[in-house]
Design a protein around this ligand. Structure first.
Ligand code: SF4
Ligand code: SF4
Length: 178
């Protein structure tokens, strides 16, 4: 059976896109000794394109975003704080098959960071300050959606502008919850 590839969200050009297979790609490049510098961008882009469609017009911005994610991954490896590659199960199902996590509405988010300080599960991360626009730098992103606790939506209450959105709770019935 083909192993389930890990889902990750990446901010590209001020937008959040979903990808699969990113941690696996990062782990393979890191194992090969690839440093997180400009020489990695071609490998990152080619690797991510194996499982994801990247429009040619977005290739440069995507490569920058991938590189900053890879840099963070390498830092985590060097400090012994590696990203989880699996997220366990919920009611017997792999967590990554359950689409329960916050979506951050960038048109409403003011970058206050309240959600980041509130959630103790590491779902949110501060926007990277190595690349990207000034807008990116003040933003918060949903960096680890599958660390979100299924059924929890507590962070909605700390978000003044109402920028955090969850699926309808009723959808969990299809996964054995509700
Ligand atoms: S609490 Fe809301 S407004 Fe503040 S950073 Fe989080 S999503 Fe954005
Ligand atoms: S719903 Fe709960 S677990 Fe999920 S991101 Fe918000 S505070 Fe964290």
């Amino acid at each position: 059976m083909t192993p389930l590839l890990t889902y990750r969200q990446v901010r590209v050009g001020g937008k959040t896109i979903g990808t699969v297979g990113l941690p696996e790609l990062f782990a393979a490049l890191h194992q090969q000794g690839q440093p997180p510098d400009a020489t990695a961008t071609g490998y990152l882009l080619d690797g991510v394109r194996r499982h994801n469609y990247i429009p040619p017009a977005a290739a440069a911005e995507t490569a920058e975003a991938l590189l900053r994610k890879y840099r963070r991954f390498c830092e985590q490896q060097s400090t012994g704080c590696a990203c989880a590659s699996t997220y366990g199960t919920w009611r017997g199902q792999p967590r990554e098959t359950i689409p329960w996590y916050p979506t951050l509405r960038e048109d409403l988010c003011d970058g206050c960071g309240a959600c980041l300080r509130f959630c103790t599960f590491g779902v949110f991360a501060a926007g990277d300050d190595s690349f990207g626009s000034a807008q990116d730098k003040r933003r918060v992103e949903v960096a680890e959606p599958y660390r979100c606790q299924v059924g929890c939506s507590a962070c909605v209450a700390v978000c003044g502008p109402g920028a955090l959105v969850f699926p309808p709770r009723g959808m969990l019935e299809a996964y054995g919850g509700g």
